[in-house]
Design a protein around this ligand. Sequence first.
Ligand SMILES: [Mn+2]
Length: 397
Amino acid sequence: MDFVLIAGDLFNDNEVLPETMVNVYSSLADFHKKAGHKIPVIAIEGNHDTKSYGMLRSWMQFLAELDQIVLLDGRWGEKGGLTFEDYDPKRHRGGRIQIKDTFVYGMRYHVGDMNVIYQRIKDAIPPGAFNILAMHFGIQGEVANETGVSYGPGLASLKEVVDYLALGHFHKQYQLHDWIHNPGSTEANEAPEYEYPHGIFVVTVEGKGPAGIHVTPVAVPGRRFVNQPLDVGQSNLDTWHATKALITGTVAARLVRRDPAKPADPSNLNVPVVNITLHGTISYSRTEMDVKGLEADITRDYEVLKVRITNNVTEKAEGLIVDPNQALSLKELEKQAFEKIVENEPSFAGQARAISSLMAEIKTAMLAATSSPVDTADQLRKWWVGNRAQVKGGRRP
Ligand SMILES: [Mn+2]
């Protein structure tokens, strides 16, 4: 094996817990020891790895400075150009590294006009060698309800200089058009992901071009998940007592009863995380549904790591259906608040939606420090040039 490549999101959060860092650091150090320090672990920063606002360095930079990973990123110049400098092991930075006759390029998670980014990358990567590029984004449509980047002519044109685009971000495994390869997360991070393929890719390359690339997906043994959706709106379930019996009976068929004399073994990956989702319209009050109590009962009686009950039932009371699913997410609330602010400015009326989503995008980028103030100002300027006409012509109240 020549190298390991991690296309971002080594961590799940940029606020890293000490026990998480101990695990990551000791796994890497152990790997390097076993590999005789001959197999570099190359990585880029995903959206969960970038430094938090106000931090001097990210945890990924910390790992690079301790020689545990080779952290790659392109360098943006004053005039908006991009360069990939050879990785300098003394300075622990660079945008590319040569392994045998292959070049590995890396760019951290970036927010901005993707077509501009593709163009800059194309300008910065000389064609000819077998070129691998690691980036962190998902392709639109590969995972339902997840926002991704569309596969358009801009992205397709990168193929002129890139033989293998190694993607991270979406946890589901997928490969596209012979040159885009996303192995997904090493294991399921949340219960619904248990149904998707994910893992790692073992890749061999002979010669240039897609015909020489051989990808073998390898699944990593992970925690078992039991996902149980359940309709509890049936007419015979007219009390919480009856509903509880149905829920317990249904999941019991998929679980093993706990031996009270034996302590639970969390290291056994077959001991599952149980995820129960309740739906349907009930004829009694939701307040009678003691889901926390039921979670505790199942945890006490069965071999489980954790039980989570999501209560999505609607309640039929005096002809009125109360639907908790209509509750606003934090993101949605923020969007509505931004829209209200914008609507108060008469000349922006009619453009409230576009302006508020621009505000949300910039807020996210600034907090995650994925976009420099210069980029942001540039993004605002471009937006203004493109939308000036509509804003000025907006309806006035
Ligand atoms: Mn990500």
